[in-house]
Every structure is written in structure tokens, then in C-alpha cells.
Ligand binder design. Structure first.
Ligand code: NAD
Ligand code: ZN
Length: 266
């Protein structure tokens, strides 16, 4: 794996590891890019097959659901089928390993994700979801969580019924929708407070696989910077962001294992 990375990149990884090893409070924000190597398309990837004429921004909105609930529900059921068998990749595993390591090192590493998949959890991480959960449903009217199967849990691929037929809420007759934050909707209060607190108080902020276009999540790096943190970005196609101190322009699945190996060996 090392042979595939340039010496300049390895030097930057060493610099990032040294910085991270010397600090106590770290905040990490992950986006769709960290799950790309697991086979989950990002939002900027062209949609495939049936959905190639639709943009995610046209489907992931409350207005789209009001206009055509069947269309939006079918798209999510399709996305769920795409994601159902996907597994964490070395980037998720490395982060989980780092969190495990902090139990003895005393570092505080807060992991925040914009992703709605559960690959961080599958890898063994503790993570705060800013944009909801793909495996959860709730009523679009009364907001009561909807249990997918009578005996299944509320939130795993196993609990899903992948039918594209709309479901009516047993309490109010509203349509059941995915428990996901759509474009234009407010973020869950508790998750956002956790993220803001971690970003404002961290010494290093790491952004992994996010285009930093979707606010308010994209503002977290700025908040960290304003409070004196240094910023590390890991992205195959780095954002033109002037606040970044160290850029690791490589696949997260390549860089993260090396970075975490260096940090935990310090
Ligand atoms: P995005 O699609 O806007 O951007 C993905 C970023 O990842 C890009 O900057 C790209 O250059 C980078 N990238 C791609 N492959 C990478 C790799 N292997 N390693 C490192 N970087 C890589 O995603 P976003 O910034 O998370 O924002 C879009 C919204 O889409 C989010 O709100 C999120 O909820 C949602 N979304 C989630 C999932 C998921 O849960 N897996 C998938 C698609 C979209
Ligand atoms: Zn209801």
C-alpha cells in the first residue's frame, strides 16, 4: 500500500500524525466520500440506471415528498437496496481503531458524520449523525418513529421491508418517510449541539470525504478555525478551501490506515 503513495504524500501524512499525536481534542467530520470505497455512490456521482435523470437535490427535499411521495419513497427504497450489503472500508476501520486507542491514550476524538449509512457503527465507532439514518423511518406528519417490522429493530438493514408501496402511519394516517434530514430541513438539535461543541473546542479538525458544500455542516471547519484549530482535509479532489492547513489528496481508504498507524504508534 505504501508503494502506491508518493513520498510527498507520505511526508504530509507524517506531518499530520505528528500534529495529531501532540493534541488532545480532535473533531472529525466525514462525508459521502469515506463510504465511496465501500461502493456507496456519493451525491455528486451520476445516478445509475432508473434514476439517471434525477438529481439527488431534486428528490431529497420535503417539497419533492409532498409533490410525489411515491417517487421519493421508491428512490429511498432503491438507495436502501444499494446500501444494504455494503461493509466498512479501511478508512472506517482505522477511525474505529483510533477511537479504541483513545481509551488508553486519553485523547478526545469526536466523530461526526453527514452520512446516513451505518458503516462507522459497523466498524465499531461511536458517531454522531447530522443528517439522520437510512435505516430509520418516521411519520411525515406526526413524526413518531415507525417500526419497520413488528419484531425487528428500528434501525438496521435487517429490519427493512424494501417494498416500494407507500406506508401510512398507524397513528395519524400520514405517509411514512425516511428519518433523514432533507435539503432545507433543520438538523437534529442534539446532534448539532454535539458537533458545534466538538468543533469549537477542538485543537485539530479533520474533514474526510466531504465536498463542504452542504451547510450548516460545512461551517464546522470554519468554526473550528475561528477557535484556533488546525484543519486537515482528506479528499481525492480537495476543496478550494483556504482554511486548510494540511491536505492529503488521496483516497480515505489509503490514507487513513497509514495516518492512524502513525498516530497510535507515537
Ligand atoms: P458529496 O457527495 O458532496 O462529496 C463527496 C466528497 O468526497 C467529494 O468532495 C469527493 O471529492 C470526495 N471523495 C470521493 N471519493 C473519495 C475517497 N475515496 N476518499 C476521499 N474523498 C473522496 O458528499 P457530502 O459532502 O457528504 O455531502 C452530500 C450529502 O449527501 C450529505 O448531506 C450526506 O448526508 C448525503 N449522502 C450520504 C451518503 C452516505 O450516507 N454514504 C451518500 C451520498 C450522499
Ligand atoms: Zn403519524
Amino acid at each position: 500500500m505504501l508503494a502506491e503513495l508518493s513520498s510527498a504524500l507520505i511526508a504530509e501524512v507524517e506531518r499530520a500524525a505528528k500534529l495529531l499525536g501532540a493534541k488532545q481534542h480532535i473533531c472529525i467530520l466525514t462525508g459521502a466520500g469515506i463510504s465511496a470505497e465501500s461502493g456507496i455512490p456519493t451525491f455528486r456521482d451520476k445516478q445509475t440506471g432508473l434514476w439517471e435523470n434525477y438529481g439527488a437535490e431534486d428528490l431529497a427535499t420535503p417539497e419533492a415528498f409532498t409533490r410525489d411521495p411515491k417517487l421519493v419513497w421508491s428512490w429511498y427504497q432503491w438507495r436502501r437496496r444499494v446500501v444494504a450489503d455494503k461493509k466498512p472500508n479501511p478508512a472506517h476501520d482505522a477511525l474505529a481503531q483510533w477511537q479504541y486507542h483513545t481509551q488508553s491514550s486519553g485523547q478526545k476524538v469526536t466523530l461526526i458524520t453527514q452520512n446516513v449509512d451505518d458503516l462507522h457503527e459497523q466498524a465499531g465507532s461511536t458517531v454522531t449523525h447530522l443528517h439522520g439514518h437510512l435505516w430509520r423511518n418516521r411519520c411525515s406528519q406526526c413524526e413518531i418513529p415507525y417500526q419497520n417490522k413488528s419484531k425487528g429493530s428500528y434501525s438496521s438493514a435487517d429490519s427493512m421491508d424494501y417494498s416500494e408501496a407507500l406506508i401510512s402511519c398507524p397513528h395519524c394516517d400520514g405517509y411514512i418517510r425516511p428519518d433523514i434530514v432533507w435539503f432545507g430541513e433543520a438538523l437534529p438539535v442534539e446532534a448539532w449541539e454535539t458537533a458545534e461543541e466538538a468543533a469549537a473546542n477542538c485543537e485539530v479538525f479533520i474533514s474526510i470525504g466531504t465536498s463542504s458544500l452542504v451547510y450548516p455542516a460545512a461551517g464546522l471547519a470554519q468554526l473550528a478555525k475561528e477557535n484556533g484549530a488546525e484543519i486537515i482535509e482528506i479528499n481525492t479532489n480537495p476543496t478550494p478551501n483556504t482554511i486548510v492547513d494540511i491536505t492529503l489528496a488521496e483516497k480515505a481508504g489509503m490514507v487513513m490506515p497509514l495516518l492512524i498507524q502513525r498516530i497510535t504508534a507515537l
